[in-house]
Design a protein around this ligand. Structure first.
Ligand code: ZN
Length: 371
């Protein structure tokens, strides 16, 4: 099913301010909230859709990506950030939006006012990758300090809400008596509180643990891309669910290869005699060194294209190319004998520039390449 435009979903225009986007989302969230629309799948879908739109449009970075690339900005499969949101994500967003206006910033959630599972916080780490690792994909083992449930911690049913996680209040309003329920503020909606905990645990019964997390990074990632490893963030107390580990990719500069999207560029230098006589040269690629042939009479500025020697597409189809730029090195100093030789060639017809269509200018070639 094609996704609807995020601006359309919230009913705002593209120039809407942060405050307008927030206001529009509040309105939609209240309209489609599950408490107001029990057992209404359509409302639930709209509620989720609005939350996802707000997730993106409320974040300057994500909004800029969406404005430029549309929904494709967040499509990549394999656990990437963006995409669909689960209910825990949505409810955790509400703290910012409603600022406690709904009693602790929560609602009862789906499924008939049951317990709300508390989610642990997310962790963020940066991972440096070199170009070879990016081109081939890599599995990284990373040390992460995360909060885990301290062994020996025990829980008991919350006596304030009797384990339901909800506190019901009756309010008299101009519309009559209304029953509202809000998460229990003693147990935070979990329905459980700590009974016993070891001395080294914090107030939530958690302690810091250093763990090695293995992360499979697919080929083709780009600088600043975020990968989500579900459940490897901080754990939550009791029956809560762990947060996520957000891995931020940092691409290291390669000393010979320059990346441009999925294509790579390499500057190759040949000497004057090599350009005139032809040669073969060893160059760096992301899969090791390769030897390439340079034809006699090659012009400076010529681009040799090695198909498929670039970076694989992150979407899983195709690979970029390696573009080798030929640079003829002109000597700056000459021996007396060499100087005499070139002087004697000044009026030689072989040294007269005669560019034809195969010797197009650099700009024309670049234009061809991308057209
Ligand atoms: Zn409680």
């Amino acid at each position: 099913m094609a996704k609807r435009d995020y601006y359309d979903i919230l009913g705002v225009n593209k120039n809407a301010s942060e405050a307008e986007i927030k206001k529009a989302y509040r309105k939609k969230a209240i309209e489609y909230h599950p408490d107001k629309n029990p057992d209404n799948k359509e409302a639930e879908a709209k509620f989720k859709e609005a939350a996802e739109a707000y997730e993106v449009l409320s974040n300057a970075d994500k909004k800029a990506r969406y404005d430029q690339f549309g929904h494709q900005a967040f499509e990549g499969g394999g656990g990437f950030n963006g995409g669909g949101m689960n209910m825990d994500d949505i409810f955790s967003q509400f703290g910012d939006i409603f600022g406690g206006a709904f009693g602790g910033g929560g609602f009862s959630g789906f499924g008939g006012g049951g317990q709300r599972r508390v989610k642990g916080s997310n962790l963020r780490i940066r991972v440096k990758l070199n170009l070879e690792e990016i081109a081939n994909g890599v599995e990284k083992k990373i040390k992460v300090k995360r909060k885990v449930q301290a062994p020996g911690t025990t829980y008991k049913t919350c006596s304030t809400c009797n384990g339901s996680g909800q506190v019901t209040r009756i309010a008299n309003t101009i519309l009559g008596r209304m029953q509202t329920s809000a998460p229990c503020n003693v147990c935070g909606g979990a329905g459980q509180v700590i009974d016993k905990k070891p001395a080294d645990a914090d107030a939530q019964g958690l302690k810091i643990s250093e763990e090695t997390v293995s992360i499979k990074i697919p080929a083709g990632v780009v600088d600043d891309m975020q990968l989500k490893v579900s459940g490897k963030g901080n754990e939550a107390p009791g029956n809560g669910i762990p947060g996520d580990l957000i891995v931020v990719i940092e691409e290291e500069k390669h000393d010979k290869l320059q990346r441009e999207g999925d294509n790579l560029h390499y500057d190759m230098y040949v000497s004057y005699p090599e350009a005139v006589l032809g040669t073969s040269k060893e160059i760096d690629t992301v899969t090791g060194k390769v030897r390439i042939k340079v034809e006699a009479g090659v012009q400076s500025g010529k681009i040799l294209r090695l198909r498929g020697k670039g970076i694989p597409s992150i979407n899983g189809y195709g690979r970029g190319d390696l573009l080798v730029h030929v640079n003829v090195w002109t000597p700056k100093t000459l021996s007396k004998q060499q100087k005499e030789f070139f002087e004697s060639m000044q009026n030689d017809e072989h040294f007269e520039p005669k560019p034809d269509s195969s010797d197009k200018s650099f700009f024309e070639k670049v234009k061809d390449m991308f057209s």
